[in-house]
Design a binder for this molecule. Structure first.
Ligand code: FAD
Length: 443
């Protein structure tokens, strides 16, 4: 029997990477997934709100099943990149014919405002990783006072609000939104978890304040209010007394603090709205004011990792705008703007292709489509017999524990036993050391 095949590295085991790898393996490609985290799942494991137990468990089951696809090998606890355990050139030297980057969007987007360095100012990603117990964020300390501002208008803003309302139980959560009530980006379903805490009188007052601005571009404040309140009939029960409210049409300018660097307020500038290219855009009015808060969380999206070793522009990796292998009209291909040439063997999918865009279902589809672009590219090459021993030797040389699919399975079983012992729905270890120790303990 011939052992010749194509040989592809998938970087990252989030939804995009897992479904891409499975698709490639099903097409007789020999696939190796390298994942920074010990466990697969990416943001499905470490981003989605922890209380969504059934959804998370359903996804885990799919990921663990995908890992068993013949021809697919998993190496967890391995970071790829210019500063990682293996660089892209290392992967090329090991014989990988294509590299599909599905590493998510690991950079953080900041607004470069004075005061961002203060304790009490956080990026949503760090907090989300923390409460989902991803090492090393799991052991980071977060300090929230009575009043917290969450900057953003999407589902991640609502997840953070939910955490602050239900777990931290701060007195007040203020969603700070750059544009108006008609431009909020969250889904009704996500609002159901927090709407019981929404101060509806404050919402009415805020709508009254911004109505003239909305009317100036022909928007209907009552219609926008109806959309925000759509979640009311399915409002989830709350035992928290937190007051949740919105501040619309404001842009943060700086974070203020006392002499001990404790956050005391978020200075904002009021915005007006103007239509441009069919979209409502925020414009600063020059009017500034301070919202008194003790902490600020920015939920304004992520950027790709600009230290990965591939060219970036803005929050994205640079893509080939004239793709050789488009799928549904989309380019999955890397591009070097310096040489003005595609980087032939590197492809992107999921949040690495388009940062902070879409839910798991979208990442899954994007991963599968990215793998189709890779499959087209492979048709231009010859299959060969991959030198699996060379990869093993290289990984051994790293001198660190490498986690296999079998190890993941053991860990999942140990955690399930631990949950039973503790009488909880779900349990996970929150440090790499503990996870590795438990894996080793069962040999
Ligand atoms: C706070 C939050 C809540 C969300 N809630 C929901 C929800 O309720 N429902 C829903 O459907 N979707 C939700 N999403 C969206 C969903 O999580 C994403 O659509 C999806 O996870 C993106 O998948 P991905 O594979 O592109 O990236 P990711 O999930 O980010 O996976 C990236 C993977 O790459 C690995 N990696 C990173 N860098 C490297 C490297 N250098 N080398 C090797 N590996 C690397 C990481 O360890 C990770 O495993 C949420 C997202 C966030 C941020």
């Amino acid at each position: 029997m011939s052992t010749e095949s194509y040989y592809v590295a998938v970087v990252g085991a989030g939804p995009a990477g897992m479904f891409a790898a499975r698709e490639l393996a099903r097409n007789d490609v020999k696939v190796v997934i390298f994942n920074r985290d010990i466990k697969p799942g990416g943001l499905a494991e470490y981003g989605i709100y922890p209380d969504k137990l059934a959804m998370k468990q359903g996804l885990r089951t799919q990921f663990y099943q995908a890992l068993q696809t013949p021809g697919l090998t998993y190496f967890g606890n391995i970071t790829i990149g210019a500063q990682g355990d293996l660089s892209l050139d290392d992967l090329r030297a090991l014989g990988f014919q294509a590299i599909l980057v599905t590493a998510g969007a690991q950079g953080t987007k900041w607004l470069s405002l004075p005061g961002e360095h203060l304790k009490g100012v956080y990026h949503a990603k760090g907090l989300v990783y923390h409460y989902n117990q991803l090492p090393p964020y799991s052991s980071d300390e977060f300090r929230f006072g009575n009043r917290a501002a969450v900057v953003g208008a999407g589902n991640v803003m609502l997840d953070i609000a939910r955490y602050l309302i239900q777990k931290i139980k701060v007195e007040e959560v203020i969603a700070v939104v750059r544009r108006g009530p008609a431009e909020v980006k969250f889904d009704r379903k996500e609002m159901e978890y927090v709407i019981a805490n929404l101060d509806q009188r404050a919402l009415d007052e805020e709508l009254a304040r911004v109505t003239p601005t909305m009317q100036s571009i022909g928007q209907d404040a009552e219609a926008a209010k109806a959309v925000i309140l759509e979640a009311l009939p399915k409002a989830q029960f709350t035992s928290s007394l937190t007051r949740f409210r919105f501040e619309f049409l404001v842009s943060p300018i700086q974070i203020l603090s006392d002499e001990n660097e404790n956050v005391t307020g978020l200075e904002v500038e009021d915005n007006s709205l103007a239509m441009k290219d069919g979209e409502a855009k925020a414009r600063g009015t020059g009017i500034k004011r301070v919202i008194p808060v003790n902490s600020v969380v920015f939920a304004i999206g992520d950027t790709v990792d600009d230290s990965f070793g591939l060219p970036t522009a803005g929050s994205e990796f640079v893509k080939n705008l004239q793709p050789r292998f488009p799928v549904e009209g989309i380019s999955y291909e890397a591009f070097d703007p310096q040489t003005y040439h595609p980087i032939d063997d590197v492809f992107f999918a999921g949040w690495s292709r388009q940062a902070s865009t879409g839910l798991v279902g979208y990442a899954r589809k994007d991963g599968t489509n990215g793998s189709k672009a890779v499959l087209q590219y492979l048709q231009t090459l010859q299959p060969f017999t991959p030198d699996v021993a060379a990869l093993s030797a290289k990984l051994k040389k790293l001198g660190k524990p490498v986690v296999s699919e079998n190890d993941v399975r053991k860990l999942v079983e140990i955690e399930a036993d631990e949950a039973k012992k503790r009488g909880v729905d779900f349990f996970k270890f929150n440090s790499n050391e503990e996870m590795l120790e438990k894996i080793m303990s069962v040999g």
